[in-house]
Design a protein around this ligand. Structure first.
Ligand code: G6P
Length: 611
Protein backbone atom coordinates (compact mmCIF):
# COMPACT_ATOMS: atom_id res chain seq x y z
CA UNK A 1 0.00 0.00 0.00
CA UNK A 2 1.31 3.36 -1.04
CA UNK A 3 3.93 3.53 -3.74
CA UNK A 4 7.22 5.37 -3.39
CA UNK A 5 9.66 6.50 -6.06
CA UNK A 6 12.86 8.52 -5.75
CA UNK A 7 15.65 9.52 -8.07
CA UNK A 8 19.15 10.95 -7.85
CA UNK A 9 21.46 11.35 -10.85
CA UNK A 10 21.96 13.29 -14.07
CA UNK A 11 18.41 13.13 -15.45
CA UNK A 12 15.47 15.37 -14.72
CA UNK A 13 13.98 13.74 -11.63
CA UNK A 14 10.35 14.81 -12.13
CA UNK A 15 9.56 12.82 -15.33
CA UNK A 16 11.26 9.73 -13.89
CA UNK A 17 9.26 10.01 -10.67
CA UNK A 18 5.97 10.79 -12.40
CA UNK A 19 6.24 7.80 -14.74
CA UNK A 20 7.24 5.59 -11.82
CA UNK A 21 4.28 6.75 -9.73
CA UNK A 22 1.90 5.89 -12.58
CA UNK A 23 3.29 2.36 -12.59
CA UNK A 24 2.86 2.09 -8.83
CA UNK A 25 -0.66 3.47 -8.71
CA UNK A 26 -1.97 -0.05 -8.18
CA UNK A 27 -0.64 0.36 -4.63
CA UNK A 28 -2.99 3.23 -3.85
CA UNK A 29 -4.43 6.28 -5.54
CA UNK A 30 -5.91 8.51 -2.83
CA UNK A 31 -3.34 11.26 -3.45
CA UNK A 32 0.00 11.84 -5.12
CA UNK A 33 2.93 14.16 -4.54
CA UNK A 34 6.54 14.99 -5.35
CA UNK A 35 9.33 16.91 -3.62
CA UNK A 36 12.18 18.40 -5.64
CA UNK A 37 15.19 20.60 -4.96
CA UNK A 38 14.85 23.60 -7.23
CA UNK A 39 16.19 26.73 -5.58
CA UNK A 40 15.17 25.20 -2.25
CA UNK A 41 12.84 22.37 -1.28
CA UNK A 42 9.58 22.36 -3.29
CA UNK A 43 6.71 20.06 -2.45
CA UNK A 44 3.71 19.57 -4.75
CA UNK A 45 0.84 17.31 -3.75
CA UNK A 46 -2.75 16.70 -4.64
CA UNK A 47 -5.66 14.53 -3.65
CA UNK A 48 -6.62 12.01 -6.35
CA UNK A 49 -4.67 10.11 -8.96
CA UNK A 50 -1.19 10.81 -10.30
CA UNK A 51 -2.77 12.33 -13.44
CA UNK A 52 -4.50 14.97 -11.26
CA UNK A 53 -1.15 15.97 -9.79
CA UNK A 54 0.42 16.05 -13.25
CA UNK A 55 -2.31 18.38 -14.50
CA UNK A 56 -1.72 20.89 -11.72
CA UNK A 57 2.01 20.93 -12.43
CA UNK A 58 1.80 21.72 -16.16
CA UNK A 59 3.94 24.75 -16.97
CA UNK A 60 5.79 24.80 -13.63
CA UNK A 61 9.60 24.89 -13.46
CA UNK A 62 10.29 21.46 -12.03
CA UNK A 63 13.98 21.24 -12.83
CA UNK A 64 15.84 19.07 -10.34
CA UNK A 65 18.18 16.07 -10.52
CA UNK A 66 16.99 14.71 -7.21
CA UNK A 67 13.49 14.07 -5.93
CA UNK A 68 11.01 11.86 -4.12
CA UNK A 69 7.42 10.94 -5.01
CA UNK A 70 4.50 9.11 -3.44
CA UNK A 71 1.11 7.69 -4.33
CA UNK A 72 -1.05 7.11 -1.26
CA UNK A 73 -3.50 4.58 0.09
CA UNK A 74 -4.88 6.36 3.12
CA UNK A 75 -4.40 4.85 6.57
CA UNK A 76 -4.06 7.72 9.05
CA UNK A 77 -6.17 10.64 7.96
CA UNK A 78 -8.66 11.05 5.12
CA UNK A 79 -7.50 11.37 1.52
CA UNK A 80 -6.88 15.12 0.99
CA UNK A 81 -4.07 17.46 -0.07
CA UNK A 82 -3.05 18.07 3.54
CA UNK A 83 -2.52 14.39 4.30
CA UNK A 84 -0.78 13.68 0.99
CA UNK A 85 2.95 12.88 0.94
CA UNK A 86 5.70 14.12 0.76
CA UNK A 87 5.54 15.75 4.19
CA UNK A 88 7.68 18.64 5.35
CA UNK A 89 9.65 19.05 8.57
CA UNK A 90 8.90 21.98 10.87
CA UNK A 91 11.82 24.05 9.54
CA UNK A 92 10.99 23.19 5.93
CA UNK A 93 14.42 21.68 5.32
CA UNK A 94 13.46 18.01 5.18
CA UNK A 95 10.85 16.21 3.16
CA UNK A 96 9.83 12.58 3.54
CA UNK A 97 7.72 9.87 1.88
CA UNK A 98 6.56 6.81 3.75
CA UNK A 99 4.89 3.47 3.01
CA UNK A 100 3.70 1.60 6.09
CA UNK A 101 2.30 2.39 9.52
CA UNK A 102 4.02 3.80 12.59
CA UNK A 103 2.09 2.12 15.39
CA UNK A 104 3.45 4.15 18.31
CA UNK A 105 3.02 7.52 16.60
CA UNK A 106 0.53 8.79 19.19
CA UNK A 107 3.07 8.55 21.98
CA UNK A 108 5.82 10.14 19.88
CA UNK A 109 3.46 12.90 18.78
CA UNK A 110 2.60 13.70 22.40
CA UNK A 111 6.29 14.14 23.19
CA UNK A 112 6.80 16.37 20.17
CA UNK A 113 3.73 18.49 20.96
CA UNK A 114 5.07 19.05 24.47
CA UNK A 115 8.24 20.37 22.84
CA UNK A 116 6.20 22.82 20.79
CA UNK A 117 5.90 20.99 17.47
CA UNK A 118 2.79 21.64 15.41
CA UNK A 119 1.23 19.26 12.93
CA UNK A 120 -0.53 20.13 9.72
CA UNK A 121 -1.66 16.61 8.79
CA UNK A 122 -3.29 13.67 10.56
CA UNK A 123 -0.61 11.26 9.42
CA UNK A 124 1.81 9.07 11.31
CA UNK A 125 4.36 10.01 8.63
CA UNK A 126 4.54 13.66 9.66
CA UNK A 127 5.12 12.51 13.23
CA UNK A 128 8.05 10.31 12.22
CA UNK A 129 9.53 13.08 10.09
CA UNK A 130 9.35 15.64 12.90
CA UNK A 131 10.73 13.07 15.31
CA UNK A 132 13.75 12.62 13.03
CA UNK A 133 14.03 16.39 12.67
CA UNK A 134 13.97 16.87 16.43
CA UNK A 135 16.70 14.29 16.99
CA UNK A 136 18.76 15.82 14.18
CA UNK A 137 18.46 19.37 15.55
CA UNK A 138 19.46 18.27 19.04
CA UNK A 139 22.28 16.02 17.97
CA UNK A 140 25.70 16.85 16.60
CA UNK A 141 25.56 13.92 14.19
CA UNK A 142 24.39 13.53 10.63
CA UNK A 143 20.83 13.14 9.39
CA UNK A 144 21.60 9.48 8.76
CA UNK A 145 22.39 9.06 12.43
CA UNK A 146 19.18 10.81 13.45
CA UNK A 147 17.27 8.41 11.21
CA UNK A 148 18.90 5.40 12.88
CA UNK A 149 18.16 6.74 16.37
CA UNK A 150 14.53 7.46 15.47
CA UNK A 151 13.95 4.08 13.85
CA UNK A 152 15.15 2.27 16.95
CA UNK A 153 12.16 3.82 18.76
CA UNK A 154 9.65 3.15 16.04
CA UNK A 155 7.17 0.29 16.23
CA UNK A 156 5.54 -0.60 12.94
CA UNK A 157 6.36 -0.97 9.28
CA UNK A 158 8.00 1.50 6.98
CA UNK A 159 9.89 2.38 3.94
CA UNK A 160 10.95 5.99 4.20
CA UNK A 161 12.94 8.21 1.87
CA UNK A 162 14.22 11.61 3.01
CA UNK A 163 15.24 14.58 0.92
CA UNK A 164 17.36 17.16 2.73
CA UNK A 165 17.68 20.72 1.39
CA UNK A 166 21.03 21.05 3.15
CA UNK A 167 22.42 17.91 1.46
CA UNK A 168 21.33 18.20 -2.17
CA UNK A 169 23.49 15.27 -3.27
CA UNK A 170 22.13 12.60 -0.90
CA UNK A 171 18.94 10.62 -0.33
CA UNK A 172 18.44 8.62 2.84
CA UNK A 173 16.14 5.61 2.85
CA UNK A 174 15.28 2.85 5.30
CA UNK A 175 13.11 -0.20 5.38
CA UNK A 176 11.26 -2.46 7.78
CA UNK A 177 8.35 -4.53 6.59
CA UNK A 178 7.48 -2.59 3.42
CA UNK A 179 9.34 -3.19 0.14
CA UNK A 180 12.20 -1.09 -1.25
CA UNK A 181 14.15 -1.74 -4.44
CA UNK A 182 17.15 0.38 -5.46
CA UNK A 183 18.11 0.43 -9.14
CA UNK A 184 21.76 1.03 -9.87
CA UNK A 185 22.49 3.04 -13.01
CA UNK A 186 25.61 4.80 -14.31
CA UNK A 187 25.97 7.83 -12.09
CA UNK A 188 22.34 7.53 -10.95
CA UNK A 189 20.11 5.63 -8.54
CA UNK A 190 16.39 4.85 -8.65
CA UNK A 191 14.33 3.91 -5.61
CA UNK A 192 10.89 2.34 -5.78
CA UNK A 193 8.40 0.05 -4.07
CA UNK A 194 8.84 -2.49 -6.84
CA UNK A 195 11.00 -2.83 -9.93
CA UNK A 196 8.43 -1.52 -12.45
CA UNK A 197 9.55 2.16 -12.31
CA UNK A 198 13.17 1.05 -12.65
CA UNK A 199 13.36 -1.54 -15.46
CA UNK A 200 13.61 0.85 -18.37
CA UNK A 201 16.74 2.44 -16.88
CA UNK A 202 18.67 -0.46 -15.36
CA UNK A 203 18.33 -4.15 -14.62
CA UNK A 204 20.74 -4.13 -11.70
CA UNK A 205 18.90 -3.80 -8.43
CA UNK A 206 19.37 -4.19 -4.70
CA UNK A 207 16.46 -5.36 -2.56
CA UNK A 208 16.90 -3.56 0.74
CA UNK A 209 16.34 -5.75 3.81
CA UNK A 210 14.57 -4.96 7.06
CA UNK A 211 16.42 -2.69 9.48
CA UNK A 212 18.75 -1.41 6.77
CA UNK A 213 19.43 2.27 6.09
CA UNK A 214 20.63 3.33 2.62
CA UNK A 215 22.69 6.45 2.01
CA UNK A 216 22.40 7.14 -1.69
CA UNK A 217 24.40 9.53 -3.83
CA UNK A 218 24.59 9.71 -7.63
CA UNK A 219 27.43 7.26 -7.83
CA UNK A 220 27.51 5.68 -4.39
CA UNK A 221 25.20 3.39 -2.45
CA UNK A 222 26.03 2.67 1.18
CA UNK A 223 23.92 0.23 3.18
CA UNK A 224 24.13 0.11 6.97
CA UNK A 225 22.24 -1.62 9.73
CA UNK A 226 20.71 0.33 12.60
CA UNK A 227 23.94 -0.24 14.55
CA UNK A 228 25.87 1.82 11.93
CA UNK A 229 27.72 -1.21 10.55
CA UNK A 230 28.21 -1.33 6.78
CA UNK A 231 26.51 -4.11 4.80
CA UNK A 232 27.63 -5.14 1.32
CA UNK A 233 24.74 -4.53 -1.10
CA UNK A 234 23.67 -7.71 -2.88
CA UNK A 235 23.07 -6.85 -6.53
CA UNK A 236 20.43 -8.87 -8.40
CA UNK A 237 19.69 -8.86 -12.15
CA UNK A 238 16.05 -8.19 -12.99
CA UNK A 239 14.35 -10.71 -15.22
CA UNK A 240 11.56 -8.39 -16.39
CA UNK A 241 10.78 -6.70 -19.70
CA UNK A 242 9.09 -3.34 -20.18
CA UNK A 243 6.38 -4.82 -22.42
CA UNK A 244 5.21 -6.96 -19.50
CA UNK A 245 4.05 -3.87 -17.61
CA UNK A 246 2.29 -2.10 -20.49
CA UNK A 247 -1.32 -2.54 -21.66
CA UNK A 248 -0.41 -3.90 -25.08
CA UNK A 249 -3.52 -2.66 -26.88
CA UNK A 250 -6.08 -3.77 -24.29
CA UNK A 251 -8.48 -1.25 -22.72
CA UNK A 252 -7.46 -2.27 -19.23
CA UNK A 253 -4.68 -4.19 -17.51
CA UNK A 254 -7.33 -6.47 -16.01
CA UNK A 255 -8.57 -7.52 -19.44
CA UNK A 256 -5.02 -8.00 -20.70
CA UNK A 257 -4.20 -10.12 -17.69
CA UNK A 258 -7.33 -12.24 -18.08
CA UNK A 259 -6.45 -12.90 -21.71
CA UNK A 260 -2.81 -13.63 -20.90
CA UNK A 261 -3.77 -16.68 -18.86
CA UNK A 262 -3.22 -19.37 -21.50
CA UNK A 263 0.39 -18.22 -21.78
CA UNK A 264 0.98 -17.46 -18.09
CA UNK A 265 -0.32 -20.90 -17.08
CA UNK A 266 1.85 -22.42 -19.80
CA UNK A 267 4.87 -20.52 -18.42
CA UNK A 268 4.07 -21.80 -14.96
CA UNK A 269 3.91 -25.42 -16.11
CA UNK A 270 6.88 -25.14 -18.45
CA UNK A 271 10.02 -26.89 -17.29
CA UNK A 272 8.10 -28.46 -14.41
CA UNK A 273 5.42 -30.63 -15.94
CA UNK A 274 6.64 -33.14 -18.51
CA UNK A 275 3.57 -34.86 -19.94
CA UNK A 276 5.68 -36.90 -22.34
CA UNK A 277 7.73 -38.57 -19.59
CA UNK A 278 5.00 -38.35 -16.96
CA UNK A 279 6.98 -36.30 -14.44
CA UNK A 280 6.68 -33.14 -12.34
CA UNK A 281 9.89 -31.42 -11.29
CA UNK A 282 9.78 -28.57 -8.80
CA UNK A 283 13.28 -27.62 -7.76
CA UNK A 284 12.11 -25.18 -5.06
CA UNK A 285 10.27 -27.86 -3.10
CA UNK A 286 12.56 -30.81 -3.90
CA UNK A 287 14.57 -30.30 -0.73
CA UNK A 288 11.37 -30.31 1.37
CA UNK A 289 9.53 -33.09 -0.44
CA UNK A 290 10.15 -35.60 2.36
CA UNK A 291 8.82 -33.20 4.99
CA UNK A 292 5.72 -32.71 2.85
CA UNK A 293 5.23 -36.44 2.32
CA UNK A 294 5.54 -37.03 6.07
CA UNK A 295 3.70 -33.87 7.17
CA UNK A 296 1.16 -34.30 9.93
CA UNK A 297 -0.68 -31.31 8.63
CA UNK A 298 -0.43 -28.64 5.97
CA UNK A 299 -1.42 -25.12 6.98
CA UNK A 300 -2.10 -22.73 4.13
CA UNK A 301 -1.84 -19.02 4.92
CA UNK A 302 -3.03 -16.27 2.58
CA UNK A 303 -5.36 -13.30 2.08
CA UNK A 304 -7.96 -12.34 -0.52
CA UNK A 305 -7.87 -14.14 -3.84
CA UNK A 306 -4.77 -16.05 -2.73
CA UNK A 307 -6.83 -17.43 0.16
CA UNK A 308 -9.34 -18.74 -2.37
CA UNK A 309 -6.49 -20.50 -4.19
CA UNK A 310 -5.63 -22.00 -0.81
CA UNK A 311 -9.18 -23.34 -0.44
CA UNK A 312 -9.00 -25.08 -3.82
CA UNK A 313 -5.62 -26.49 -2.76
CA UNK A 314 -7.18 -27.85 0.44
CA UNK A 315 -9.59 -29.97 -1.61
CA UNK A 316 -6.83 -31.14 -3.95
CA UNK A 317 -4.19 -31.90 -1.30
CA UNK A 318 -6.60 -33.79 0.93
CA UNK A 319 -7.86 -35.82 -2.00
CA UNK A 320 -4.52 -36.84 -3.46
CA UNK A 321 -2.16 -36.79 -0.43
CA UNK A 322 -4.58 -37.59 2.43
CA UNK A 323 -2.73 -35.01 4.55
CA UNK A 324 -5.10 -32.85 6.64
CA UNK A 325 -5.08 -29.26 5.40
CA UNK A 326 -6.15 -26.08 7.15
CA UNK A 327 -6.59 -22.85 5.25
CA UNK A 328 -6.10 -19.75 7.35
CA UNK A 329 -6.64 -16.05 6.81
CA UNK A 330 -3.16 -14.72 7.61
CA UNK A 331 -4.60 -11.88 9.68
CA UNK A 332 -6.51 -14.29 11.92
CA UNK A 333 -3.76 -16.87 12.14
CA UNK A 334 -1.10 -14.48 13.37
CA UNK A 335 -3.10 -13.06 16.25
CA UNK A 336 -4.63 -16.14 17.79
CA UNK A 337 -1.65 -18.01 19.18
CA UNK A 338 -2.01 -20.78 16.59
CA UNK A 339 -0.90 -24.33 17.23
CA UNK A 340 2.04 -25.04 14.95
CA UNK A 341 3.99 -28.21 15.58
CA UNK A 342 7.16 -29.63 14.15
CA UNK A 343 5.92 -31.83 11.35
CA UNK A 344 3.51 -29.16 10.11
CA UNK A 345 4.31 -27.60 6.76
CA UNK A 346 3.15 -24.07 6.04
CA UNK A 347 2.31 -23.04 2.51
CA UNK A 348 2.08 -19.26 2.14
CA UNK A 349 0.36 -17.98 -0.99
CA UNK A 350 0.78 -14.41 -2.17
CA UNK A 351 0.77 -12.66 -5.52
CA UNK A 352 2.76 -9.66 -4.34
CA UNK A 353 4.88 -11.45 -1.78
CA UNK A 354 4.51 -8.33 0.35
CA UNK A 355 1.15 -8.70 2.13
CA UNK A 356 1.92 -7.62 5.68
CA UNK A 357 -0.37 -10.08 7.45
CA UNK A 358 0.94 -13.04 5.45
CA UNK A 359 4.52 -12.00 6.04
CA UNK A 360 4.13 -11.69 9.79
CA UNK A 361 2.15 -14.94 10.00
CA UNK A 362 5.00 -16.72 8.22
CA UNK A 363 7.55 -15.27 10.59
CA UNK A 364 5.60 -16.41 13.63
CA UNK A 365 5.16 -19.95 12.21
CA UNK A 366 8.84 -20.02 11.31
CA UNK A 367 9.82 -19.21 14.86
CA UNK A 368 7.83 -22.31 15.92
CA UNK A 369 10.06 -24.46 13.75
CA UNK A 370 7.70 -24.99 10.81
CA UNK A 371 8.92 -25.35 7.24
CA UNK A 372 7.60 -22.50 5.08
CA UNK A 373 6.97 -22.98 1.38
CA UNK A 374 6.02 -19.85 -0.56
CA UNK A 375 3.80 -19.78 -3.63
CA UNK A 376 4.59 -16.28 -4.81
CA UNK A 377 4.36 -14.31 -8.04
CA UNK A 378 6.75 -11.41 -7.51
CA UNK A 379 10.31 -12.61 -7.81
CA UNK A 380 12.59 -11.43 -5.00
CA UNK A 381 9.66 -10.22 -2.87
CA UNK A 382 9.75 -10.39 0.93
CA UNK A 383 7.68 -13.58 1.24
CA UNK A 384 9.76 -15.29 -1.46
CA UNK A 385 12.89 -14.40 0.42
CA UNK A 386 11.70 -15.35 3.87
CA UNK A 387 10.32 -18.77 2.84
CA UNK A 388 12.52 -21.87 3.10
CA UNK A 389 11.48 -23.05 -0.34
CA UNK A 390 8.53 -22.92 -2.70
CA UNK A 391 7.69 -22.09 -6.27
CA UNK A 392 7.09 -18.96 -8.27
CA UNK A 393 3.85 -18.73 -10.23
CA UNK A 394 5.58 -17.03 -13.20
CA UNK A 395 2.46 -15.05 -14.12
CA UNK A 396 4.49 -11.89 -14.83
CA UNK A 397 3.63 -8.48 -13.39
CA UNK A 398 -0.04 -8.27 -12.40
CA UNK A 399 -1.09 -4.63 -12.44
CA UNK A 400 -4.91 -4.71 -12.38
CA UNK A 401 -5.83 -4.45 -8.71
CA UNK A 402 -8.21 -7.43 -8.88
CA UNK A 403 -6.09 -10.56 -9.11
CA UNK A 404 -6.70 -12.81 -12.13
CA UNK A 405 -3.70 -14.45 -13.77
CA UNK A 406 -1.85 -14.79 -10.46
CA UNK A 407 -4.78 -16.89 -9.17
CA UNK A 408 -4.62 -19.42 -12.01
CA UNK A 409 -0.82 -19.51 -11.60
CA UNK A 410 -1.26 -20.27 -7.91
CA UNK A 411 -3.67 -23.10 -8.74
CA UNK A 412 -1.24 -24.53 -11.30
CA UNK A 413 1.65 -24.53 -8.79
CA UNK A 414 -0.43 -25.95 -5.95
CA UNK A 415 -1.88 -28.68 -8.14
CA UNK A 416 1.58 -29.72 -9.32
CA UNK A 417 2.79 -29.81 -5.71
CA UNK A 418 -0.16 -31.94 -4.59
CA UNK A 419 0.17 -34.40 -7.47
CA UNK A 420 3.88 -34.81 -6.90
CA UNK A 421 3.49 -35.42 -3.17
CA UNK A 422 0.49 -37.72 -3.71
CA UNK A 423 2.54 -39.87 -6.09
CA UNK A 424 5.56 -39.95 -3.78
CA UNK A 425 3.35 -40.87 -0.86
CA UNK A 426 1.52 -43.55 -2.74
CA UNK A 427 -1.89 -42.03 -1.99
CA UNK A 428 -2.29 -41.17 -5.68
CA UNK A 429 -2.08 -44.05 -8.14
CA UNK A 430 0.34 -43.85 -11.04
CA UNK A 431 -2.60 -44.13 -13.45
CA UNK A 432 -4.55 -41.23 -11.89
CA UNK A 433 -1.33 -39.20 -11.62
CA UNK A 434 -0.73 -39.57 -15.37
CA UNK A 435 -4.36 -38.72 -16.12
CA UNK A 436 -4.25 -35.55 -14.00
CA UNK A 437 -0.86 -34.60 -15.40
CA UNK A 438 -2.29 -34.69 -18.91
CA UNK A 439 -5.36 -32.78 -17.80
CA UNK A 440 -3.09 -30.13 -16.30
CA UNK A 441 -1.10 -30.00 -19.49
CA UNK A 442 -4.30 -29.23 -21.42
CA UNK A 443 -5.29 -26.30 -19.20
CA UNK A 444 -3.79 -23.49 -21.34
CA UNK A 445 -5.75 -24.74 -24.35
CA UNK A 446 -8.99 -25.10 -22.39
CA UNK A 447 -8.55 -21.64 -20.87
CA UNK A 448 -8.20 -20.29 -24.43
CA UNK A 449 -11.48 -22.00 -25.31
CA UNK A 450 -13.19 -20.53 -22.23
CA UNK A 451 -11.96 -17.06 -23.21
CA UNK A 452 -13.77 -17.42 -26.56
CA UNK A 453 -16.99 -16.98 -24.58
CA UNK A 454 -16.11 -13.35 -23.89
CA UNK A 455 -18.77 -11.86 -26.18
CA UNK A 456 -21.50 -14.03 -24.66
CA UNK A 457 -20.32 -13.07 -21.17
CA UNK A 458 -20.36 -9.38 -22.11
CA UNK A 459 -24.02 -9.73 -23.19
CA UNK A 460 -24.87 -11.39 -19.87
CA UNK A 461 -23.01 -8.60 -18.06
CA UNK A 462 -25.08 -5.92 -19.82
CA UNK A 463 -28.28 -7.76 -18.89
CA UNK A 464 -27.45 -7.93 -15.18
CA UNK A 465 -25.41 -4.77 -14.68
CA UNK A 466 -28.12 -3.07 -12.60
CA UNK A 467 -28.47 -5.89 -10.09
CA UNK A 468 -28.16 -4.77 -6.47
CA UNK A 469 -27.00 -8.15 -5.17
CA UNK A 470 -25.78 -11.44 -6.57
CA UNK A 471 -25.29 -14.93 -5.23
CA UNK A 472 -22.51 -17.27 -6.41
CA UNK A 473 -22.90 -20.98 -5.74
CA UNK A 474 -20.75 -24.05 -6.27
CA UNK A 475 -19.90 -27.32 -4.59
CA UNK A 476 -16.64 -29.13 -3.94
CA UNK A 477 -13.78 -27.81 -6.04
CA UNK A 478 -16.14 -25.20 -7.46
CA UNK A 479 -17.13 -23.72 -4.10
CA UNK A 480 -13.93 -21.61 -3.82
CA UNK A 481 -14.54 -20.52 -7.43
CA UNK A 482 -17.97 -19.26 -6.38
CA UNK A 483 -16.27 -17.30 -3.58
CA UNK A 484 -13.75 -15.90 -6.04
CA UNK A 485 -16.52 -14.95 -8.50
CA UNK A 486 -18.36 -13.04 -5.77
CA UNK A 487 -15.16 -11.29 -4.67
CA UNK A 488 -14.35 -10.23 -8.24
CA UNK A 489 -17.85 -8.76 -8.67
CA UNK A 490 -17.64 -6.83 -5.39
CA UNK A 491 -14.19 -5.48 -6.15
CA UNK A 492 -14.83 -4.33 -9.70
CA UNK A 493 -18.51 -3.45 -9.95
CA UNK A 494 -19.36 -2.56 -6.32
CA UNK A 495 -22.36 -4.93 -6.45
CA UNK A 496 -22.94 -6.77 -3.21
CA UNK A 497 -22.25 -10.45 -3.85
CA UNK A 498 -21.92 -13.53 -1.72
CA UNK A 499 -20.34 -16.87 -2.47
CA UNK A 500 -21.79 -19.97 -0.82
CA UNK A 501 -21.55 -23.73 -1.04
CA UNK A 502 -24.58 -24.52 -3.21
CA UNK A 503 -26.26 -26.72 -0.58
CA UNK A 504 -25.64 -24.30 2.26
CA UNK A 505 -27.70 -21.77 0.34
CA UNK A 506 -30.78 -23.39 1.87
CA UNK A 507 -29.64 -22.24 5.32
CA UNK A 508 -30.08 -18.55 4.77
CA UNK A 509 -29.29 -16.99 1.40
CA UNK A 510 -32.34 -18.61 -0.21
CA UNK A 511 -34.40 -16.03 1.66
CA UNK A 512 -32.88 -13.39 -0.65
CA UNK A 513 -34.03 -15.08 -3.83
CA UNK A 514 -36.61 -13.28 -5.92
CA UNK A 515 -37.01 -12.37 -9.59
CA UNK A 516 -34.35 -9.65 -9.25
CA UNK A 517 -31.57 -11.79 -7.85
CA UNK A 518 -29.00 -13.18 -10.30
CA UNK A 519 -27.56 -16.45 -9.03
CA UNK A 520 -24.35 -17.58 -10.68
CA UNK A 521 -23.82 -21.33 -10.55
CA UNK A 522 -20.43 -22.88 -11.18
CA UNK A 523 -22.05 -26.05 -12.43
CA UNK A 524 -19.55 -27.96 -14.55
CA UNK A 525 -19.69 -31.75 -14.58
CA UNK A 526 -18.18 -33.28 -11.46
CA UNK A 527 -19.10 -35.73 -8.70
CA UNK A 528 -21.65 -33.32 -7.27
CA UNK A 529 -23.29 -32.40 -10.54
CA UNK A 530 -26.73 -33.90 -9.98
CA UNK A 531 -26.93 -32.19 -6.60
CA UNK A 532 -26.00 -28.85 -8.14
CA UNK A 533 -28.76 -29.26 -10.73
CA UNK A 534 -31.23 -29.78 -7.86
CA UNK A 535 -29.96 -26.54 -6.27
CA UNK A 536 -30.55 -24.78 -9.58
CA UNK A 537 -34.12 -26.08 -9.58
CA UNK A 538 -34.58 -24.69 -6.08
CA UNK A 539 -33.54 -21.23 -7.23
CA UNK A 540 -35.72 -21.42 -10.35
CA UNK A 541 -38.72 -22.47 -8.24
CA UNK A 542 -38.33 -19.17 -6.39
CA UNK A 543 -38.03 -17.13 -9.58
CA UNK A 544 -34.33 -16.37 -9.19
CA UNK A 545 -32.33 -15.73 -12.37
CA UNK A 546 -29.80 -18.49 -12.99
CA UNK A 547 -26.54 -17.81 -14.82
CA UNK A 548 -24.69 -21.10 -15.13
CA UNK A 549 -21.16 -22.03 -16.09
CA UNK A 550 -21.62 -25.48 -17.60
CA UNK A 551 -19.54 -28.12 -19.36
CA UNK A 552 -19.79 -28.49 -23.12
CA UNK A 553 -22.67 -30.77 -24.08
CA UNK A 554 -24.47 -30.54 -20.72
CA UNK A 555 -27.98 -30.01 -22.06
CA UNK A 556 -29.66 -30.60 -18.69
CA UNK A 557 -27.86 -27.68 -17.04
CA UNK A 558 -28.27 -25.54 -20.13
CA UNK A 559 -32.03 -26.09 -20.11
CA UNK A 560 -32.36 -25.05 -16.47
CA UNK A 561 -30.37 -21.82 -16.68
CA UNK A 562 -31.57 -18.43 -17.90
CA UNK A 563 -28.11 -17.74 -19.26
CA UNK A 564 -25.40 -20.29 -19.95
CA UNK A 565 -21.65 -19.92 -20.31
CA UNK A 566 -20.11 -23.03 -21.82
CA UNK A 567 -16.58 -24.12 -20.93
CA UNK A 568 -14.58 -27.21 -21.90
CA UNK A 569 -14.90 -30.21 -19.62
CA UNK A 570 -11.93 -30.94 -17.34
CA UNK A 571 -11.39 -33.34 -14.45
CA UNK A 572 -12.92 -31.80 -11.33
CA UNK A 573 -9.49 -31.32 -9.71
CA UNK A 574 -8.32 -29.27 -12.64
CA UNK A 575 -11.58 -27.52 -13.58
CA UNK A 576 -11.25 -24.53 -11.16
CA UNK A 577 -8.51 -23.04 -13.38
CA UNK A 578 -10.92 -23.02 -16.30
CA UNK A 579 -14.14 -22.21 -14.46
CA UNK A 580 -12.75 -19.05 -12.92
CA UNK A 581 -12.34 -17.44 -16.37
CA UNK A 582 -16.07 -16.63 -16.79
CA UNK A 583 -16.10 -15.28 -13.20
CA UNK A 584 -13.32 -12.84 -14.05
CA UNK A 585 -14.85 -11.76 -17.36
CA UNK A 586 -18.34 -11.31 -15.92
CA UNK A 587 -17.07 -9.00 -13.18
CA UNK A 588 -14.87 -7.13 -15.67
CA UNK A 589 -17.66 -6.46 -18.18
CA UNK A 590 -20.14 -5.42 -15.48
CA UNK A 591 -17.57 -3.02 -13.99
CA UNK A 592 -16.86 -1.53 -17.42
CA UNK A 593 -20.59 -1.27 -18.24
CA UNK A 594 -21.12 0.66 -15.01
CA UNK A 595 -18.32 3.03 -16.00
CA UNK A 596 -15.94 2.17 -13.16
CA UNK A 597 -12.17 2.26 -13.24
CA UNK A 598 -11.72 -1.51 -13.15
CA UNK A 599 -7.94 -1.38 -12.88
CA UNK A 600 -8.15 0.86 -9.83
CA UNK A 601 -11.35 0.08 -7.95
CA UNK A 602 -12.21 2.48 -5.16
CA UNK A 603 -10.66 1.99 -1.71
CA UNK A 604 -8.63 -1.05 -2.76
CA UNK A 605 -4.92 -1.52 -3.24
CA UNK A 606 -3.10 -4.36 -4.87
CA UNK A 607 -0.46 -4.86 -2.30
CA UNK A 608 -1.69 -4.57 1.28
CA UNK A 609 1.46 -3.78 3.22
CA UNK A 610 -0.38 -2.59 6.31
CA UNK A 611 -2.18 -4.79 8.82
C1 G6P B 1 -5.36 -7.34 -1.99
C2 G6P B 1 -5.56 -7.46 -3.49
C3 G6P B 1 -6.09 -8.84 -3.83
C4 G6P B 1 -5.15 -9.91 -3.28
C5 G6P B 1 -4.91 -9.74 -1.78
C6 G6P B 1 -3.79 -10.64 -1.28
O1 G6P B 1 -6.59 -7.37 -1.36
O2 G6P B 1 -6.46 -6.46 -3.94
O3 G6P B 1 -6.19 -8.98 -5.24
O4 G6P B 1 -5.71 -11.17 -3.51
O5 G6P B 1 -4.52 -8.39 -1.49
O6 G6P B 1 -2.59 -10.22 -1.87
P1 G6P B 1 -1.35 -11.13 -2.15
O7 G6P B 1 -0.40 -10.24 -2.90
O8 G6P B 1 -0.80 -11.57 -0.83
O9 G6P B 1 -1.80 -12.28 -2.98
Amino acid sequence: MCGIVAYIGHREAYPVILKGLKRLEYRGYDSAGVALLNGGLKVYKKQGKVADLEETLVGKDLHSNIGIGHTRWATHGEPCDRNAHPHLSGNGKLSMIHNGIIENYVQIKKELVSKGYEFVSDTDTEVLLKFIEDIHLNNEGSLEEAVRIALKRVVGAYVIVLLDADNPDTLIAARKGSPLVIGIGKGEHFLASDASPIIEYTKEVVYVNDYEVAIIKKDELILKNLGNEKITPFITKLDLELAAIEKGGYDHFMLKEIFEQPSTIFDCLRGRLDAHNGTITMSGIQQYADQLVNANRIIIIACGTSWHAGLVAEYIFEEVTRIPVEVEYASEFRYRNPIVNKGDVIIAISQSGETADTLVAIESAKSNGAIILGVVNVVGSSIARTSHGGAYTHAGPEIGVASTKAFTGQLAVLTMMALKIGLMKGTLSEKRFIHLLNELNDVPEKVSAALLQHEKIREIALKYQDAKDALYLGRGYNFPIALEGALKLKEISYIHAEGYPAAEMKHGPIALVDENLPVVFVATKDSFHEKVLSNMQEIKARKGKVIAVVSEGDDAADALADDTIIVPYADELIAPMINVIPMQLLAYYIGVAKGFDVDKPRNLAKSVTVE
